[in-house]
Design a protein around this ligand. Structure first.
Ligand SMILES: [Zn+2]
Length: 418
């Protein structure tokens, strides 16, 4: 989930390509690519690319699609269109894009700290968890719940899509960390302490620095996450929280949907030094497709997005009106000017800084992600094809597309067993 106010967007500064980016640009493959005309640069996915993509386990760490699941009206088994209802993930498009699965998110937008707020958040998160299980159950022939890396491999062998569950924002735990065990028993295997505002556990990257990092309860949360074998997610955490979680955690931590601040200087992104320390600790940055440029986060944009989410309830006149209003807003102020090339530059920068063992995919699908030329998950084969054209080895491509996620899951499982 992106959920940033226009003011925060406005506070962001356009990024200058950093030194590491210049290193990538000096790579021979990239130089050749820049020398050929733009029309020929459009990454084509050959039959060989497609076959290789299908063989890999392709996973994304941040699928916000469950925000559409609660009322049971949006059908995950049917192909939808991004330009109509704004959605980016469903079973037909996962098949089209060779996306084997990923983490389906229990997202809770930060509200009041205190008993009443905690109870509301807990109940909303439990409802969302139930909705995810309902959707998995309704699609059991095509999709299965994964609790471990081995589950994911078993589902892949059986030709099924893989549904892990994660929590974005641990506000719903209130001050009762035994609830983490409850969510673990509901299948949650990854969680981040905080979202876009500081809460009882940690300072947010985009919130006030109340705790100078983790709160005392947040430190206990890290230990409990390790004990249960759940992967700690530092996306949305402040830099101080990231530093403290890296130090405290007995298993590698991840960033489920973040990017390099060398590409775009935004508080949600990470500097090269922290990226290197993440890699040294065995962690992975899963590449976000937002925070690559300043996005339109205006109230007008929010209103269009809310109308899109009710696409299924609109009559044909209502749909025509929505598409016309959306086109008018896009013409005046596009949601994003980031394109596939910029997404790849961000990913390749992360590879140049951390190495292929520490980069993955977490594009914030259905949470504000997507770029021009990669509007939904059907476009994912472009990424692996492009990495091949960059001269990357097959083994490294497979790690980025999903293998690194399975490795960190295994490390978390092993840390819990100790
Ligand atoms: Zn998010």
């Amino acid at each position: 989930m992106n959920a940033l106010t226009p003011k925060r967007w406005a506070a962001s500064m356009a990024a200058q390509p950093g030194a590491s980016l210049m290193r990538i640009l000096s790579l021979p493959a990239f130089a050749i690519l820049l020398a050929i005309p733009a029309s020929a640069q459009r990454p084509e996915v050959s039959a060989r690319d497609r076959a290789a993509h299908e063989r890999m386990i392709v996973l994304d760490t941040h699928l916000d699609t469950p925000s559409r699941f609660d009322d049971g009206r949006w059908d995950f088994s049917v192909r939808h269109r991004y330009d109509e209802d704004g959605s980016q993930v469903d079973l037909p498009r996962m098949a089209a894009g060779g996306l084997d699965g990923g983490f389906f998110v229990i997202y809770t937008a930060q509200g009041d700290l205190g008993p009443a707020g905690y109870a509301l958040a807990r109940d909303a998160a439990l409802v969302r968890a139930a909705a995810i299980h309902r959707v998995i159950g309704e699609n059991r022939a095509a999709l299965g719940l994964a609790l471990t890396a081995a589950d994911a491999e078993r589902l892949h062998r059986a030709g099924k899509r893989i549904a892990f569950i994660s929590m974005e924002n641990s506000w719903p735990l209130g001050e009762d960390l035994t609830l983490l065990g409850t969510f673990h028993s509901l299948g949650v295997r990854m969680a981040g302490p905080v979202h876009s505002r500081t809460n009882q556990l940690a300072d947010s990257a985009t919130g006030e620095a109340r705790w100078r990092g983790l709160s005392p309860l947040g430190r206990q949360w890290v230990a409990e996450m390790n004990r249960l074998g759940m992967v700690i997610d530092g996306s949305h955490s402040s830099d101080a929280v990231f530093d403290q979680m890296l130090e405290l955690s007995s298993a590698p931590i991840v960033l489920s949907h973040s990017g390099p601040s060398a590409i775009f200087a935004h508080r949600r992104n990470l500097d090269d030094g922290r990226m290197r320390r993440l890699a040294r600790a065995g962690g992975v940055m899963f590449m976000n497709s937002i925070f690559l440029v300043q996005h339109d986060g205006s109230p007008e944009r929010d209103a269009i997005n809310e109308r899109r989410e009710r696409w299924g309830e609109l009559d044909s006149a209502g749909r025509r009106r929505l598409l016309a209003d959306a086109a008018a807003l896009d013409a005046q102020r596009p949601y994003t000017t980031a394109d596939f090339e910029l997404f790849m530059r961000s990913l390749l920068h992360a590879v140049s800084v951390m190495g292929a063992d520490h980069v993955g995919l977490g594009a914030d699908w259905d949470g504000g992600g997507g770029v021009i030329g990669m509007e939904d998950v059907a476009a994912l084969p472009r990424i692996s094809a492009r990495l091949r054209r960059e001269g990357m080895r097959e083994g490294d491509i497979a790690k980025i597309m999903g293998g690194n996620l399975l490795r960190v899951l295994r490390r978390a499982e092993a840390a819990a067993a100790r």
